[in-house]
Design a protein around this ligand. Structure first.
Ligand code: GTP
Ligand code: MG
Length: 206
């Protein structure tokens, strides 16, 4: 789906502070979630570029807002993972500030993809993030990553459990995802195309 649009993504810059971000115009979508949840891997799967966003087995490697662009108006932001215990309190506090400032003041932000590991979803931090996003009336889509790590019935059980947890926020959508076998890729792409206001016709030309 929209292969050309998504695979045209290019890394543009890394922003250690919000003042380093590109001009606040156009359409931006941010990927947020706990460290090691699979944000950068999801971005690589989405764009079919294996090394576009840096992935790591060591949690907490993405420490700045990494910006990728699809075209002059449409961007994607890989936000540093939160909740990783091994980084110092000072670093944690500066990440929290960065994420807060970004979410509060970025007018071009069209939506947020919250990335949760299907095996450990909905911890307190994730639930407070979702509460915050709901209150801020930001479009939110949750993906349960690493779905390939569970068998069919365990996967459906996990999905049902999260559906129940999120039932209080009917506007928040949810889907399974795997960067490894690309489960849920078209669903995620469809969500982003809506937020990016990309025409749903003329797919072959994009
Ligand atoms: P930070 O940048 O630290 O916040 O982490 P992140 O959320 O960007 O996670 P990243 O994409 O770097 O993935 C962390 C680890 O999980 C890597 O070893 C990935 O290969 C692995 N991983 C991510 N997504 C999947 C998936 O869908 N399936 C499987 N099997 N492994 C995955
Ligand atoms: Mg990352």
């Amino acid at each position: 789906m929209y292969e050309k649009f998504f695979s045209a993504a290019k890394f543009t810059r890394s922003a250690p502070k919000t003042s380093f971000l590109p001009a606040d115009c156009g359409y931006e979508v941010a990927f947020l979630g706990r460290s090691n949840a699979g944000k950068s891997s999801a971005i690589n799967a989405l764009t079919r570029q294996n090394s576009l966003a840096r992935t790591s087995k060591t949690p907490g490697r993405t420490a700045a807002l990494n910006i990728f662009e699809f075209d002059d108006e449409r961007r994607l932001v890989d936000v540093p993972g939160f909740g990783f215990a091994k980084v110092s309190l000072v670093v944690k506090e500066s990440w929290r500030k960065l994420i807060n400032e970004y979410l509060l003041h970025r007018s071009c932000l069209q939506g947020v993809v919250v990335v949760m590991d299907i095996r450990h979803p909905c911890n307190d931090t994730e639930m407070s993030l979702l509460t915050w996003l709901h209150k801020a009336e930001l479009n939110t889509h949750v993906i349960l990553t690493k779905a390939d790590k569970l068998g069919k019935s365990a996967k459906q059980q996990a999905l049902k459990k999260v559906q129940l947890e999120l039932a209080v926020w009917p506007n928040i959508t949810l889907s399974l995802f795997s960067s490894k076998n690309k489960e849920g890729l078209d669903n995620l792409r469809a969500k982003l195309l809506g937020w990016y206001k990309v025409e749903s016709s003329g797919e072959d030309t994009l």
